[in-house]
Design a protein around this ligand. Structure first.
Ligand code: ADP
Ligand code: F6P
Length: 324
C-alpha cells in the first residue's frame, strides 16, 4: 500500500486561519521525509483548476511557522461546486501525477475534498478554520489564535466601556457558528452572549437585563454578538433608545482571522500536518484528521461529513449562569 502514493498535492481553501502555514510546513517536511514528492497548489480549488501547481521542497516552508495567513494563498471557487469543476480538478491531479491531496480548510472545503475522494483522488482533510465548526474534531487550526485575538480586543473595549458607563455590543466572527462568541463570552465575562445556534431574538430580555444590571451598579454591559446574528449597529441604536444608556457597536471583523499563530495553533497544526503525511504514507485513503477525546485521530471522510456539531449544552448553560 505504502508505495502507491508517490506524489501528493497540498492546498489551503476557504477562509484562511493562523496555523495553516505550520500545517503546510509539517505536511511538506514529513512527506519528504517519508520519501514522497510534494506539490503545492496555490489559491485553493481555483488554483487547482487553473493548474497553479508548484514544486515544494523542505526549504519552501522555511520561516513560515510564525506567520499568519497561508503561503499557498486561498480562494473561494464557485466552479468547484459543480460536478464538471470537480471532474476537471480530478483530471488535473492525474495529469500532474498527484495521487494524494491534502486539503486544509473548513467545512466547505471538506465538501470539495469529499468530491475529489469520490472521483478517485486520495484526499486527506486537515481542519483549518477559526470557526471550530467541524464536527469530528474538538480543535480546528486557527481557533485558538482567533479567540485570543478577539479576547484581547474585547478587554480593551471593556475598559473604555466601563469608563464611559456605556453598553457595548461587540461582534465576533462566525457566520454559522457561535464558538468564538461562546468562548469569548465566557472568557471576557460578557453580560449577554448571542449565538446563532441559540439566540431567540428576544431583544426585550437584553434590554431588561441591561436596566437591571445598571440598577445594581454595573458600569458597563458587554454583549458578545456572533456575526451570524449580525445587525450590531442597529441593535445598538434600539438598545440605546430603549434604555437611555449610551450604546456602541464594535465589529472586530478580519483582524480575528490574521496574526501570528499561538503556540497551541502552531503545535496542533504541526502534529496534524505530520499525522496527515503519515497516514498517506501508511496507505490510508480518504480520511480527515481530528483531535478528539484527548488524542489525534483520523476518520473516514464520508463518516466525518455526516457528523453534526452542536454547541455543548453545559457550556452554554454556564455561559448564561456566569453572566448574571
Ligand atoms: P470554508 O472551507 O472555510 O468553510 P467555503 O465554505 O467558502 O470555506 O468553502 C471553500 C471552497 O470549497 C468553496 O469556494 C468551494 O470551492 C469548495 N466547496 C464548498 N462547498 C462545496 C461543495 N458542497 N462541493 C464542492 N466544493 C465545495
Ligand atoms: O473563516 C471563517 C469565517 O471567518 C467566518 O466566520 C465568516 O463567516 C467567514 O469566514 C467570512 O469570510 P469571507 O468574508 O472571507 O467570506
Amino acid at each position: 500500500m505504502a508505495d502507491q502514493v508517490k506524489t501528493i498535492g497540498i492546498l489551503t481553501s476557504g477562509g484562511d486561519a493562523p496555523g495553516m502555514n505550520a500545517a503546510i510546513r509539517a505536511v511538506v517536511r514529513r512527506s519528504i521525509g517519508n520519501g514522497l514528492t510534494v506539490k503545492g497548489i496555490e489559491r485553493g480549488y481555483q488554483g487547482l483548476l487553473n493548474e497553479e501547481i508548484i514544486d515544494m521542497d523542505k526549504h519552501s516552508v522555511s520561516d513560515i511557522i510564525e506567520r499568519g495567513g497561508t503561503i499557498l494563498g486561498t480562494a473561494r471557487c464557485t466552479e468547484f461546486r459543480t460536478p464538471e469543476g470537480q471532474q476537471k480538478g480530478a483530471e488535473i491531479c492525474r495529469k500532474h501525477h498527484i495521487d494524494g491531496i491534502v486539503v486544509i480548510g473548513g467545512d466547505g472545503s471538506y465538501r470539495g475534498a469529499q468530491a475529489l475522494a469520490r472521483l478517485g483522488i486520495n484526499t486527506i482533510g486537515l481542519p483549518g478554520t477559526i470557526d471550530l465548526d467541524i464536527a469530528c474534531t474538538d480543535y480546528t487550526i486557527g481557533f485558538d489564535t482567533a479567540i485570543n485575538t478577539a479576547m484581547q480586543a474585547i478587554d480593551k473595549v471593556r475598559d473604555t466601556s466601563s469608563s464611559h458607563e456605556r453598553c457595548s455590543i461587540i461582534e465576533v466572527m462566525g457566520r454559522n457558528a457561535g464558538y468564538i462568541a461562546l468562548w469569548c463570552g465566557i472568557a471576557n465575562g460578557a453580560e449577554d452572549i448571542l449565538l446563532p445556534e441559540k439566540y431567540d431574538y428576544n431583544e426585550q430580555k437584553i434590554i431588561d437585563n441591561i436596566i437591571n444590571n445598571r440598577k445594581h451598579g454595573k458600569k458597563h454591559h458587554i454583549i458578545i454578538n456572533a456575526e451570524g446574528i449580525g445587525h450590531s449597529t442597529s441593535m445598538a441604536r434600539r438598545i440605546e433608545a430603549a434604555t437611555g444608556i449610551e450604546t456602541r457597536a464594535t465589529i472586530l471583523g478580519y483582524m480575528q482571522r490574521g496574526g501570528s499563530p499561538t503556540c497551541k495553533d502552531r503545535f496542533y497544526a504541526s502534529i496534524m500536518g505530520a499525522y496527515a503525511a503519515d497516514i498517506i504514507a501508511a496507505g490510508k485513503t480518504n480520511r480527515v484528521v481530528g483531535y478528539r477525546d484527548g488524542k489525534f485521530q483520523d476518520f473516514d471522510i464520508e463518516e466525518a461529513l455526516a457528523m453534526e456539531k452542536t454547541i455543548p449544552e453545559y457550556q452554554f448553560e454556564i455561559s448564561q449562569a456566569l453572566s448574571r
